[in-house]
Design a protein around this ligand. Structure first.
Ligand code: ADP
Length: 203
């Protein structure tokens, strides 16, 4: 029985959708879950849900999100694990906006290993900085997200990405799990590139 479960788990498709704010992770995650039937976990969405319900977790996250800073690792990792635990038996997971620090990456790897599975691949969407700022300001006009409406906060998020999150790419690069995808073009063109890469890593 145990080995049967282990076989199931090791067949999971676990993807990290990686890239700076505004690189299109959320949009592409939606397309990927439809095609592959896997669970989408966006830590940003989870925090916004908690904020919307004004829970203690939401109140804590709000302080950081409003400034474009990262929510502390222990809070984020705990929330992520709760979400995974609430969805047993899935075929795979797309992690969107997580891990954003090396500590989060290490915690994720240890947690998946406990479950007899691992990260299949990290897909990095590459988009030039001017394009990111343009997209985020545009999203801010319709999303209602306060952190998309102020250029200073947007720049802070991009700086935080460059200093704290970019090292996560190198961490998975040394494990041979990274793939780079040009994130400029139509949503369909970028999706086709992601699928082509996944055809290589997951047969
Ligand atoms: P974006 O990718 O456009 O920045 P997200 O919805 O992924 O949007 O994240 C919004 C905010 O939520 C981040 O700026 C940060 O404050 C918080 N956040 C999301 N994911 C994490 C994480 N893994 N670790 C710490 N903070 C996070």
């Amino acid at each position: 029985m145990w080995s049967f479960l282990e076989t199931l788990n090791s067949n999971m498709l676990n993807l990290i959708l990686f890239g700076p704010p505004g690189s299109g992770k959320g949009t592409q995650a939606e397309n990927l879950i439809n095609k592959y039937g896997i669970l989408h976990i966006s830590t940003g969405d989870l925090f916004r849900y908690e904020m919307g319900n004004n829970t203690p977790l939401g109140q804590k996250a709000k302080e950081y999100m409003a400034k474009g800073e990262l929510v502390p690792d222990e809070v984020t990792i705990g929330m992520l694990k709760n979400k995974v635990e609430a969805n047993p038996g899935v075929n795979g997971i797309i992690f969107d906006g997580f891990p954003r620090t090396i500590a989060q990456a290490e915690a994720l790897d240890a947690y998946l290993a406990e479950k007899g599975t691992e990260v299949t691949a990290l897909l990095a969407l590459e988009v030039p900085e001017e394009e990111l700022i343009r997209r985020l300001l545009m999203r801010g006009t319709t999303s209602g997200r306060a952190d998309d409406q102020n250029e200073e906060i947007i720049c802070n998020r991009i700086n935080v990405y460059n200093t704290e999150t970019a090292p996560v790419f190198d961490y998975y690069e040394s494990a041979g799990k990274t793939k780079r995808i040009q994130g400029v073009g139509t949503v369909e063109e970028i999706f086709d590139k992601l699928v082509a890469v996944l055809d290589e890593v997951y047969c």
